[in-house]
Design a protein. Structure first.
Length: 212
């Protein structure tokens, strides 16, 4: 089974990954600001179901691959580190996208429709797909065996974390719209700071090892 230290490490990584603005966060904020918290929370629920589908698919596919090849793990590790750094750079470059989300307007939607839309965004989110494929294997322990199961245990932390943090975004966006709208720089600062954190995370993954 996955050591507690590895679970804690991936949990922290999941918090950082989920907290950085991406397709799911921007979509949730847009829903909260335009059609209210109820639809936004339904969107979050659907999104995490979609993300759970990513987790299951990744655990079964990547678990078998990494278990069979140490070279595959090395490739996954460095590709993942490079991608996380790229995400950080993009977050800094596009930090004003958070402010732009405040200005979006969409028609009112029913909770069931909101959940369905959230599912589509969640299951197709490229950020979480690549994170699951490239970062999660670094927290497994091949000597323990059952890598697909280890990845499944680790991966479930991602939608659980996203459920909490995305819900917070929904509440914050609905409650503090005037504060955010009053200064686009506040939203831009969130994206820029998150980008710096992502770059640091990618660098740490590149130089870290894995317990065999």
């Amino acid at each position: 089974m996955v050591p507690l230290s590895h679970l804690a490490g991936f949990a922290l990584t999941a918090v950082i990954i989920v907290a950085i603005p991406g397709p799911s966060v921007l979509f949730t904020i847009s829903r909260a600001l335009t059609v209210g918290r109820r639809s936004a929370l339904a969107t979050v629920a659907g999104n995490e179901v979609g993300l759970l589908g990513q987790v299951i698919a990744t655990a079964l596919g990547m678990g078998a691959l990494v278990e069979a090849s140490a070279i595959a793990y090395s490739v996954v590790k460095y590709v993942g580190a490079a991608y996380i750094v790229l995400l950080g750079v993009q977050a800094i470059r596009h930090r004003r996208a958070m402010a732009a989300a405040l200005e979006k307007r969409v028609p009112a939607v029913r909770p069931l429709r909101a959940a369905r839309d959230g599912f589509v965004v969640g299951v197709m989110n490229p950020k979480t797909i690549v994170v699951l494929v490239t970062v999660m294997p670094a927290y497994t322990v091949p000597s323990q065996g059952h890598l697909p199961l280890q990845m499944l245990v680790l991966g479930v932390l991602l939608p659980l974390t996203a459920l909490v943090l995305d819900s917070v975004w929904a509440f914050v966006a609905g409650s503090a719209r005037e504060w955010f709208a009053g200064s686009p720089k506040r939203m831009a600062a969130i994206g820029g700071t998150g980008g710096l954190v992502m770059i640091g995370l990618g660098a740490s993954i590149a130089v870290s090892g894995r317990t065999e």
